[in-house]
Design a protein around this ligand. Structure first.
Ligand SMILES: Nc1ncnc2c1ncn2[C@@H]1O[C@H](COP(=O)(O)OP(=O)(O)O)[C@@H](O)[C@H]1O
Ligand SMILES: [Mg+2]
Length: 278
């Protein structure tokens, strides 16, 4: 358990931001002797690459998701089409609401992710992941670009990786078969990666001395239907097109071969066969 209350009073010792994705803020963790990072659920929407939109706030479960799609999404889209002066008032209110929803959703998803990591530890499949340690509650001073912010809440300690794959051009060198084998191991223990990019390619994985490990654990799920939905044929086809469009011509052949090999082995049907087969 980390006891870091001294960070809260010492604003000058705020942890500098290392990186931020769409769902987690990442900071170096100097307090441990080892080279580690500490991750917290993203809460500053200004650090996102794209502004929060209604599609970012969809609940995971089916009924709340349908309700959301029938209410908040159309209302949010309607506000976009309103003329001034109504839009002038409603748009900031809509954006504030969406940001709050996104923050709450991100935090809940983070807690579910910590539970997935605990399941991986219990079932002995944690070797697929970058060495990670969930922490229920931390008190930290975080150095965000907008200034220091006190943070209380859950966190994930993780081994710091130099070779974090977070760009498409970095993909061809890695051994994609490891990504496939690792996922089959996760499926056997009732865990899956519900993100087409990390499921089919080493994107969000990290190259370590011991080989490829999943670094962005944010898309882990214990929900079989969520995992299957992430591998829907339309999603896979769209992602294939996206990757190939960003791959330099000289690498297109290699990448399409690797991608197609992964697509053949990472399918909803294979998932159903292996799910919880221990
Ligand atoms: N363990 C790590 N070591 C080094 N850099 C990391 C580590 N984890 C994350 N990062 C950096 O932080 C970014 C965001 O972290 P990530 O886990 O992918 O969060 P998100 O779910 O928000 O995408 C990554 O793309 C990477 O650049
Ligand atoms: Mg990521």
């Amino acid at each position: 358990m980390i006891c870091a209350s001294e960070w809260v009073v010492d604003r000058s010792a705020a942890l500098p931001l290392l990186a931020s994705g769409q769902t987690q803020h990442v900071f170096p963790w100097p307090a441990s002797g080892a080279d580690e990072v500490i991750k917290v659920p993203a809460f500053d929407s200004r650090l996102r690459a794209t502004p929060v939109v209604a599609g970012d706030c969809r609940p995971v479960r089916t009924i709340p998701r349908i309700a959301y799609r029938c209410t908040i999404e159309p209302v949010s889209a309607l506000v976009e089409h309103l003329g001034d002066p109504v839009a002038h008032v409603l748009r900031p209110a809509r954006d504030r609401l969406l940001t709050r929803l996104w923050r709450a959703l991100t935090r809940r998803a983070f807690l579910r992710m910590l539970e997935c990591i605990r399941v991986a530890e219990r079932t002995g499949v944690q070797g697929v992941l970058l060495r990670s340690r969930p922490v229920d509650q931390v008190a930290l001073m975080l150095g965000l670009p907008s200034g220091p912010v006190a943070y209380f809440g859950p966190a994930l300690m993780q081994e710091r990786a130099d070779g974090f794959v977070d760009a498409v051009p970095a993909l061809p060198e890695a051994d994609w078969d490891l990504v496939v084998d690792a996922q089959h191991a996760l499926w056997r223990h009732g865990l899956a990666i519900a993100d087409v990019a990390a499921a089919l390619t080493p994107f969000n994985w990290a190259n370590t001395r011991d080989g490829l490990r999943l670094g962005d654990t944010g898309s882990l799920t214990r929900d079989q239907s969520v995992a299957e939905a992430a591998l829907a044929p339309s999603t896979v086809a769209e992602y294939r097109e996206y990757v190939l469009a960003r791959t330099p011509s000289v690498l297109k052949r290699t990448v399409s071969q690797k991608l197609d090999r992964a697509i053949r082995r990472i399918t909803p049907a294979a998932l159903r066969v292996l799910w919880c087969s221990g």
